[in-house]
Design a protein around this ligand. Sequence first.
Ligand code: AMP
Ligand code: MN
Ligand code: MN
Ligand code: MN
Length: 276
Amino acid sequence: MTDETDLHLHSDCSDGVLPPSQLVTLLAQAGIKRFALTDHDTTAGLAEAATAARLHGLTAISGIELSATWRGRTIHVIGLNIDPCAPLLVTCIQHLQLLRQQRIQEITHRLDRLGAPGQAVQMQLNTLHVPTRTHVARALFELGAVTSIASAFDRWLGDGKPAYVAAEWPDLAHIVTRIVSAGGTAVIAHPLRYRLSAGQRRQMLAEFKTSGGTGLEIVSGNLAPHQIETSLGLALRTGLDGSVGSDCHDPSIPWHRLGRLAKLPTSATPIWRQWS
Ligand code: AMP
Ligand code: MN
Ligand code: MN
Ligand code: MN
C-alpha cells in the first residue's frame, strides 16, 4: 500500500551507508518505481543513481537535501528535479560544504577538550566533501569512544550537547531561491522534527511558500498515522503539495526498510503531479 515512490534517500555520498547503485538495486527489489536520491548538500551521487535506475527501469528524480536556517534553527529543504549543473546552485553547494568542513573542525576541537578522541575523528573525516555529525558519531563508535551511534548523539553531538556546534547555514528563503533557480521544486523535509511552536511552524511554512517553496513531506520516515494527519493538515492549510520520503540512511535498519512508506493521503496533491 505505497505510492511506489520514495523522494528522500541518502547514499554514502553524504551520510548514508550504501553507494547509490546498491541503494537503487534495493529500491527496485522493494517495488519502488520512482525515487529521488537526496544527499545532504551534494549532488555527487546523482549520475550513478540515474545510470542504475535506467538498468532497473526506475524513474530517477534529481534531488538534494539542503541545510538552511530559519530564526536560528536548522531546517532541511529537499530540492527535486534540480539541474545539478545550475551555476547558482553549484556555488551554494560549495559554500555549504565549506561550512560543513569548518563546523566539523570545531566539533572535533570541542571533543578533544572534552577528553574524547577528536583529532583521531578529524583524521578520518579529512577527505570527505560532506562531513556530517553522523560521520563523527560513526568514527567515535569505531574508535571505541562510545558504545553506539545513538549514545554519541546523546552524550556529545545532539542539539545542545557539549560538542554540538550550531551551523550558520544560509537563510531558508535563500536556499529556496537556489533550488527554484536550478529549475527544481522545493519541499520542506520532515516538518514535525523541528523544535518550533505551532505558531512558529506556521510562520516558517508561510515564508517558505512566499519564497517559492511548493511542497511538504507529508509522509516522512516512519511517522504514525496521527502524525501523517498533522502534516497533511499543515500542507492543506498552507497550500503546499505533498511529498513522500523514507529519509533512509541504512536499509538494514528495520524501521528504515525500503518500499514500506504509507500512501500519500488522497486529499493531498502529490508533488509529482508537478512534473508527470
Ligand atoms: P548534520 O547535518 O551534520 O547536523 O547531521 C545531521 C544528521 O545526523 C541527520 O541528517 C541525521 O542523519 C543524523 N542525526 C541527527 N540526530 C541524530 C540522532 N539523535 N541519532 C542518530 N542520528 C542523528
Ligand atoms: Mn542524515
Ligand atoms: Mn533531514
Ligand atoms: Mn535526510
